[in-house]
Design a protein around this ligand. Structure first.
Ligand code: SAM
Ligand code: SF4
Ligand code: SF4
Length: 337
């Protein structure tokens, strides 16, 4: 049942729910789950069932959530994902179901996912050049495999955006080739600043190429003009290539934090609720789901968690590092990007 919209300690509404459906992945991206890191995946029996995910999503919808994004790990590795999408699509109040994927399995699933209700997909691709890309993804995947996923999503009717994380010394050489390619293709490319999520990637500020640097590089060759944000809380600042209707986006989580408009909650595959990508602990919802708790009680727990939310890590990052304080970090592949 739909209640009035819940707001957190900084008056931010709860609009989006990111559901991580698995922590496993077929890539080992250097900035997320590097091959050398000793990552322990959760045993399958710890995953929430589809019924449990849907029950939670219904309660989120009751609190004002309108958008769901399926993520991971690699969400397309979760068995029967299409079935989950169909179930989520039925929920009253959910207006949008999107997916974030590395794209290699998309060719197989795009059509069914679209028919089940996924109308938008973000596909991660960090380089066109295979020498660079294979180092970035750590498993020898080729950019052509991801581009086949992009084409399959477009053919299925999905709106496609491409995400590129830039890590200095690794794929910065691909900034312009990627911009040219996706401008030509008419697809929005979004540059994401390399973030200090988790601890396995050994993040260092010196490895970050700021979006200002990237914007300047692109603008020098392909002039851009600012485009209006599509909605409140949009994380990317959008630009349009002059004389075209092709947009390009910049997600500057490190250099220009956007916590004040962050409306996202995250659910891990084993049912922990996180109110920030950088939260050091989650709220375990599985015990509640597997108890005799009513829907109202579950919704009350979610409402209370959001109500007291005061996360704004990206705005506080500099002071964290300056003070030398240590922060426990949950891996991105676990919490869902
Ligand atoms: N496996 C899927 C994929 O890669 O699209 C979905 C999960 S992934 C964790 C979601 C997004 O987080 C991807 O676009 C990825 O590039 C981004 N990401 C992962 N680690 C990151 C980091 N350290 N800094 C910035 N973005 C990161
Ligand atoms: Fe896998 Fe996505 Fe993390 Fe890369 S960014 S390792 S594709 S979860
Ligand atoms: Fe949202 Fe936390 Fe990121 Fe700030 S740091 S934008 S609160 S997820």
């Amino acid at each position: 049942m739909r209640e009035t919209q819940v707001r957190d300690a900084y008056d931010r509404p709860l609009r989006d729910l990111r559901i991580s459906v698995t922590d496993r992945c077929n890539f080992r991206c250097v900035y997320c789950m590097p091959s050398e890191a000793n990552i322990c995946f959760m045993p399958r029996e710890q995953l929430l069932s589809f019924e449990e995910i849907v029950r939670l999503a219904q309660q989120f919808a009751g609190l004002g959530t309108e958008k769901i994004r399926l993520t991971g790990g690699e969400p397309l590795l979760r068995k029967d994902l299409v079935q989950l999408v169909k179930m989520l699509y039925e929920i009253e109040g959910i207006k949008d179901i999107a997916l974030t994927t590395n794209g290699v399995l998309l060719k197989r699933y795009a059509k069914d996912l679209y028919q089940a209700g996924v109308k938008r997909v973000n596909i991660s691709l960090d380089a066109l050049d295979d020498e660079v890309f294979t180092v970035m993804n750590g498993v020898g995947a080729r950019s052509g495999q991801v581009l086949a996923g992009v084409d399959a999503a477009l053919e299925a009717g999905m709106t496609v955006k491409v995400n590129m994380v830039v890590k200095k010394g690794m794929n910065a050489s691909q900034i312009l080739p990627m911009a040219r390619f996706f401008k030509e293709k008419g697809i929005m490319l979004r540059y994401i600043e390399y973030m200090d999520v988790g601890s396995s990637n050994g993040w260092n500020m010196e490895d970050v190429v700021t979006n200002k640097e990237i914007r300047d590089m692109i603008h020098a060759e392909m002039p851009m003009e600012p485009a209006d944000p599509a909605y409140f809380g949009e994380v990317a600042s959008r630009y349009r290539y002059v004389g075209t209707d092709v947009e390009v986006g910049f997600i500057s989580s490190v250099s220009e934090a956007f916590c004040s408009s962050c409306t996202r909650a995250r659910l891990s595959a084993d049912g922990q609720l996180y109110t920030c990508l950088f939260a050091d602990k989650g709220l375990p919802l599985k015990p509640l789901l597997r108890s005799a708790a009513s829907d109202e009680e579950i919704q009350g727990t979610l409402r209370a968690a959001w109500h007291k939310r005061d996360d704004r890590y990206s705005e506080e990052r500099v002071s964290y590092y300056e003070s030398g304080r240590q922060k426990k970090r949950i891996e991105m592949s676990y919490i869902g990007g």
